[in-house]
Structure formats: C-alpha cells, structure tokens
Write a protein that binds this ligand. Sequence first.
Ligand code: P6P
Length: 344
Amino acid sequence: MDSSKYALPVGTTLDRFIMRKQEDFPYATGELSQLLRDIALAAKIVNREINRSGLIDIAGAYGDQNVQGEDQQKLDVIANIRFIRALRNGDEVCTIISEEDDELIQTGNVQGKYVVAIDPLDGSSNIDVNVSIGTIFSIYRRVSPTGRAGTVADCLQRGTHQVAAGYVIYGSSTMLVYTTGNGVNGFTYENSLGEFFLSHPAIQIPQSGNIYSVNEGSSDSFSPGVAAFVKQCKGQQFSARYIGSLVADFHRNLLKGGIYLYPATAKGPQGKLRLMYECNPLAFIVEQAGGRSSNGASRTMEIEPQAPHERCPIFIGSRELVERVEAFLAKEKAAEATELVARA
Ligand code: P6P
C-alpha cells in the first residue's frame, strides 16, 4: 500500500529554490541568494503586522508625508523600517532607494555589492479597507568600487541592468514573485510553517487578454491615443478591473492576461508611478514572463533614470495589448506632427 499519501510532500521552499537556482546566476557567490532571503524574511514580518493591523494601533495615517507628498500610513513607515533593517543587517547591500525616504539610504555596508530600490508598501491607503497591498523591489549590482558608500550612479541604473526584481502581494494569500533573469516564479506563504513554498513555477503571461486596468476617473485628461485604446477595449467587451493597488492589479493581469495603464494625466504629466521601484521591477518580471512594459513609446527598462523618485507613464501586461496601445500613441504622434506641418 502506498503510505506516502499519508505524508504528502510539502513542496519546494523558497530557500531551497534559491540555492538550487544559484548556479544559474553569473555571480554565484551566494550573496544574491542571501539578499533574496533577507527580503523574504522582512516580507514575513510585514505580513504578520499587516494581518494584525486591525487589532493593534498600527492602522491608519502616520501623520506625515513622504517625498511624493503622499500621506504616509503607519504601516508604510513600519514596512520601511523592517525592509531597511533586514537589508542593513544582511551585509549585501550598500545603498537603498526607498519610496519612503527623500535621500539615498547608506547602510554602512561599504563592502556590499548590491543596491536595492524598494516600495516597501504600495497601495497602503487600501490597508484600512482590507484590499490587497504589496511590496515591490529591484536589485542592481553597484558600479562603483566597494570599500565606500554607494553612489548616485550605483542607484540610477537603467532597468536593463537589474539582476533581480520581485514583489510581495499581501492578499487572500501572501505571495512572493521574483525573477533573476531566468524566468518568473511565485511562492505562496504557509503561515503555520513560516515558509514560502513554490506554488507558481515558470509563470508566463498570456500573450493577450480582455482585462484593462486604468483609473477612468482621469479619462478627461487621457491623450487621444490612450482614449482610443480604452474605447476599443470597451467596444470589444473587455472587463475593467482596477483595484487601486498596483501589485494586485499587476498580479491578476500576469496570471490571467490583461494590461495596466497609468498614463500621463492633467494631475500627473509624467504619470504617477515611480520608475526605479515600481515600473522597472514589474517591467523586468513581465518581460521575463513574455509580456511587455512601455512608457508608450519605448521599453520601460531602457529609460535612462535622472532622479531616484522620478515618475514615468506605464503600459504593462500582455504583449499584444501593450503593442496595441503603443500603436494608438504612435498614430497620435504622427497626427500631431502632420498638424504642426499643416500649421507651419
Ligand atoms: P490612483 C497606490 O498609491 C498606487 O501607487 C498604485 O498602487 C495604484 O495602482 C495607483 O497608485 C492608484 O492611483 O491615482 O488611480 O488612485
């Protein structure tokens, strides 16, 4: 009799997966593996605090604003502390860009070979109403020599230089999804064991889909190309799904197919989302999963960063849908050029 059915395997833990994949990575010295484990540890701690936030006094506004001029929630501040502490204690990271800190954060690990750009808790205004929220991170190798603090040049690298990127979604279950450039894998957190287990191996985004995610409250200021794309989605009976939490919208579209748009609007001429710790990490993941991410004209990951907290428009998801909106925007640009010539 097959007794193993009484003791089903629990699966592959994140730790074991990282170790197994280490040889896939050109700098297989174990430092990146340790860095990923440090991030996973901080995610477990943040997960615990999010789950308790209704019970202890850590929900609600912190009473200050971040560099973006956005009201900080208490959990924004707590998550920021948890991730920075985990990265500082891990020795692998010399410098951090965090959405919650105006300036670059020097960890003091001058021998650290890596730089991390992180949004410790994205969508945090949704915490009090129990909507999924997330952490988004991007990892680069420093370009300056070790032995001193990281530099702005270490931090402002284009997205194509990322060595790893990922997100944690604190939702109906808590998942960590990441890539080191060899595909995308998803791990689900098993609270009772305190471990992430491989649950979504080799994620591939459908090449097309019928979900579009955009805040149509801003549609009056959409450019003609974006408006034309949204109109076409409606004409083709797409489903509008916009949770107001980037990681949740992105994760659903990654698994089911679809497109998330945060275009330039009257309120945000450069869009709202930040290049270094929202757009680039998700762009790395979506491209590794077979999708596309663009600012409407070119690959998100080819944008040359000018400042740690700069924003950029983003169209990200199924390749065919992103290419469709890019075609509408190219047509818009051509029409503008023609009009300019006609007026000259
Ligand atoms: P809006 C949350 O503040 C966030 O950065 C993303 O998580 C989300 O998709 C977007 O902003 C929501 O912005 O302007 O539609 O409320």
